[in-house]
Design a protein around this ligand. Structure first.
Ligand code: HEM
Length: 342
């Protein structure tokens, strides 16, 4: 996603991203240049079957390349994926992007994340597949984590326009990190590997809600509705100095996520940030790509979060949020899911 959709937060007690941090303009990179069209879903719509030749399926993606006989960027990424030793990303078992919409979405995201640079996209994709083979993120969703260390710190919520459907514009997925709720820095962040496992489990739960495996719309360099919101809540932070554990946990999470979860963030809100901790925001931004920083919105008062979603395709999204974020919904403990605890 380009930075052009960044919007000012309603209430920032902190400095915003520097002007000069503008994202590099995205070149027209994707094989898909037309506005995306829904691919007929496997659900009971009276639409023609996905294989009908006249339908704008993912096969249209490489139309232009057929004349030159050059493999399309997506075909090249698919070839790289086939050569790897892991078949899946974010719950999508990769297959030919010409005929499989979920694979088109995943591979196109790797292109988008690299502004259309195929060599870089291939490298990132290959590294993600290696990391997933090693880390087994889908297994982490089934793992139980210690209550003492992680209870109440992470949630995923989903808000819909009416009943669940395959239309991504009917759904918004949020991940919430309640880092202000950490009881003991040493307990939660002391074992870095375990913390990353828990954080990855939370992300994979959110991806399961996004449900890319059942997605029906192609994405392009500029159109991608398959993204989520993230909120960090720092309410009640009682420690003014960042401990080395927090620094290394943050730096490592940022690194792992930038490499393995590209193009999944819509916007990110940091709420209940005490003004006195503005320096932390400045420090954190040092580790983050300029393109990502454009999506960040620090806010001093969590109750103002309600005002940030007027543009969402999910109607009245702000009001659906929990009361502590200015909405009318129940709390995260009642409405959210999180990694399994024991
Ligand atoms: C001492 C309390 C804090 C703790 C325990 C903490 C924890 C973390 C962790 C674990 C991450 C890794 C990314 C993730 O989980 O998504 C992170 C990222 C970040 N935090 Fe904090 N943080 C603290 C204070 C703050 C404050 C006061 C700010 C000011 C706004 C802040 C801003 C950020 C930013 C900008 C990132 C980068 C996010 C990203 O790349 O997605 N943090 N923090």
């Amino acid at each position: 996603m380009s930075g052009s959709d960044a919007k000012p937060a309603a209430s920032t007690g902190l400095s915003e991203a520097p002007e000069g941090a503008a994202a590099t303009p995205q070149a027209p990179i994707a094989a898909v240049e037309e506005p995306p069209k829904a691919v007929p879903a496997a659900d009971p719509a009276p639409a023609p079957a996905p294989s009908a030749p006249s339908e704008p399926t993912a096969a249209a993606v490489s139309k232009e390349e057929e004349t030159t006989e050059e493999p399309s960027p997506l075909a090249e990424l698919w070839a790289a994926a086939k050569a790897a030793n892991h078949p899946e990303i974010w719950g999508v078992v990769l297959s030919d992007p010409e005929s499989h919409v979920p694979s088109q979405i995943v591979l196109q995201k790797y292109l988008n994340a690299n502004d259309g640079d195929l060599t870089k996209a291939k490298d990132q994709l290959t590294k993600t597949l290696e990391w997933r083979a090693k880390t087994k993120p889908l297994e982490l969703v089934k793992k139980h984590f210690s209550k003492t260390k992680f209870e109440g710190l992470g949630f995923v919520t989903t808000y819909l326009n009416g009943p669940e459907s395959t239309d991504p514009e009917n759904k918004e997925v949020f991940t919430w990190n309640i880092y202000g709720g950490v009881k003991s820095i040493d307990e939660t962040f002391g074992d870095l590997e375990l913390f990353i496992e828990w954080r990855v489990a939370l992300m994979e739960l959110a991806l399961a809600e996004l449900s890319l495996a059942t997605a029906t719309k192609l994405i392009t360099a500029t159109y991608d509705p398959y993204k989520m919101f993230q909120v960090h809540d720092y309410k009640s932070i009682s420690f003014l100095r960042q401990s080395p554990h927090v620094k290394s946990a943050s730096a490592e999470t940022i690194k792992v996520f930038a490499q393995n979860y590209p193009e999944l963030l819509k916007e990110k809100f940091f709420v209940n940030v005490p003004a006195v901790m503005g320096f932390v925001y400045a420090f954190m931004k040092l580790f983050v790509a300029a393109k990502t920083i454009k999506k960040f919105h620090p806010m001093s008062n969590g109750l103002n979060l309600v005002h940030e979603f007027a543009d969402s395709t999910v109607k009245g999204l702000g009001e659906k949020l929990p009361k502590e974020y200015g909405g009318k919904g129940e709390g995260l403990k009642d409405t959210g899911k999180g990694p399994l605890l024991e």
